[in-house]
Design a protein around this ligand. Sequence first.
Ligand code: PAF
Length: 287
Amino acid sequence: MKNRSANQPAVISTVAELRWAVRAAKASGGSVGLVPTMGALHAGHLSLVSQSKRDCDFTVVTIFVNPMQFGPGEDYDRYPRDLQKDQELLAPHKVDLVFAPSREEMYRPGHATHVEVDQVADRWEGAIRPGHFRGVATVVLKLFNAAEPDRAYFGQKDYQQSVVIRRMTTDLDLPIEIGVCPIVRDADGLALSSRNAYLSTDERNRGLSLSRSLRAAEGLVASGTRDTKSIEAAMRKILSAAPVEMEYAAVVDPDTLLPVDRVERAAVALAAARVGGTRLIDNTILR
Ligand code: PAF
C-alpha cells in the first residue's frame, strides 16, 4: 500500500491486494461498488463515486489509463495523469480503496486475450476509433474479475460505452448491476471530460456547439417534431456554424444504437466532433 496523508484513500496497485480487500469486505456482509476511471478526476467521476457510496457498503475506484483502448496517434501519451490530485479529490468522499495498477500489472507479458462486443460496438465511436471498445471491454472485464463488485458505475457521457458494457455483462452472465449516472456539465453546458483540459478558450467556445445542438434536438422533440431527419439537420447546422469538424450527429435507438426514422419512444441524440486537436462527444436522451 502506498504512502498517503490523513483522509486520503488507501491506494493499492496489485490485483492480489484488490481481491483480498474486496473479499474481506464481502466476508463481513458488505456490498461492493466499483467505479472504473482513467483518473484526471472531475465532478462527473465524483458523481459516480457518490452514487456508489449511496448504494454500496464498500466503494473501490480504479485509476488506470488503459493503453488498449487508445488507437495509434490518439492521446495515450499526453492523457492527464495526477494520482496525488485524484487522491485529494477522492478524500472527502471517503472511498474505501483506490486501485491504481501499472500497465505491467494489468497486461502481463504475452497478454493475448481480448473481449469483442459486436453490433453495438461497431458504429459511431466504434467506426471512428477501431479497436477502442475491444480495449474498453477487455479492461472492464479484467477489473470486474479482479474486484468482483456487486455494482459498477459508468457515466452517461460515454453513452455507447455504457451500452457496450451492459451488453457484455448480460452476454457473459456477469452477476453485476450496471449503473449509468447522468452527465455532469459545466455552467456553460459543456459536458465534463478529462479531455476538456486540452481546449483553448476559442476551442471551448466552439465545443459548446455540441451541447447547443443537443438542446436544439430536445426543443424540437418537445415542440412535437418526430421526424429524425429534421432533428439531425438542426443539430448539424449548429455544429457547422460553430465551426467544429462534425463526425456524427444522429438520433438512435437507446439499446441497439441503430438510427431511428421517428422519435416515437425514447431515443438518444449523439454528437461527436473534433475541435482543434481534441475529440468531444456528448449526448442526450430524447423522451
Ligand atoms: O470511461 C473511462 O474512463 C474508460 O473507458 C474506462 C471505463 C475506465 C475503461 O478504461
